[in-house]
Design a protein around this ligand. Structure first.
Ligand code: 13P
Length: 248
């Protein structure tokens, strides 16, 4: 795929009705109903959204995927095969909120990446440092350690989302210089360490809004955006997708 990729991560928001209405608004709009736009919805709404989005250009994504591949006694889990079955194309893996609140480590994330890929999903590996790590100057080492799972698999069909934890939901966006530096670092790390990663896409996430989307998306080595809060508002998300569409 060429062009920018914009995925709206709804996180643990919406209800059946509001999810359907938000998806309907995106479907009705040429800026959002096109290739390169996706929504990562709560697991319980994926099946309904899969039906609603069927035949459209909007890609469906899960926010997580089980580390267990086979059907069985894993209460509460949704397998990669199940996510693919209801129409998902992407699966977020290792979002900082999952690392922080659910203790996900590289061993689990590698299994998740493998399961997603085996089921035909495109895993979106999320990486990013905390404020303390940024201020201590260790952010490149932190990100490299998180990227390490890519060295264990074929990275050709993976996407990376760089999301500095200190910029998520805080309104505090990384500067263009900070984004350019770390995205170049990530691309370079991949080229040297991850087989098949020469065309890997690296998205930026963290307080992407209608107002800053164009500048961020125009930054070198930024191949798209992972949008949290602003993706819950169809008008804001539209402006971000429009900015991405202009920069193909
Ligand atoms: P915000 O856009 O709300 O900062 O969230 C970013 C994010 O975590 C997307 O996955």
């Amino acid at each position: 795929m060429t062009g920018k990729l914009v995925i709206g991560n709804w996180k643990m928001n919406t209800r059946a009705d509001s999810a359907r209405k938000l998806a309907a608004a995106l479907l009705a709009d040429a800026e959002t109903n096109r290739d390169g736009v996706g929504i990562a919805a709560p697991a319980v709404y994926l099946a309904a959204l899969g039906e609603q989005l069927q035949g459209s250009s909007i890609a469906l994504s899960s926010q997580d995927v089980s580390r267990y591949a086979e059907d069985g006694a894993f209460t509460g889990e949704a397998s990669a095969a199940m996510l693919a079955d209801v129409g998902c194309r992407y699966a977020l893996v290792g979002h900082s909120e999952r690392r922080q609140y659910f203790g996900e480590d590289n061993a689990a994330l590698l299994q998740k990446m493998r399961n997603a890929a085996a089921a035909g999903l495109i895993p979106v590996l999320c990486v990013g440092e905390t404020l303390a790590q940024r201020e201590a100057g260790s952010y490149k080492e932190v990100v490299a350690a998180q990227l390490a799972v890519l060295a264990e698999l074929d990275a050709a069909d993976c996407v990376i989302a760089y999301e500095p934890v200190w910029a998520i939901g805080t309104g505090k966006v990384a500067t263009i210089e900070q984004i350019a530096e770390i995205h170049a670092f990530i691309k370079n790390w991949c080229l040297q360490n991850a087989a098949g990663s020469d065309k890997i896409r690296v998205l930026y996430g963290g307080s992407v809004k209608a107002e800053n989307a164009e500048a961020i998306l125009a930054t070198k080595n930024v191949d798209g955006a992972l949008v949290g809060g602003a993706s819950l508002d169809a008008d804001s998300f539209r402006v971000i997708c429009q900015a991405a569409g202009k920069l193909i």
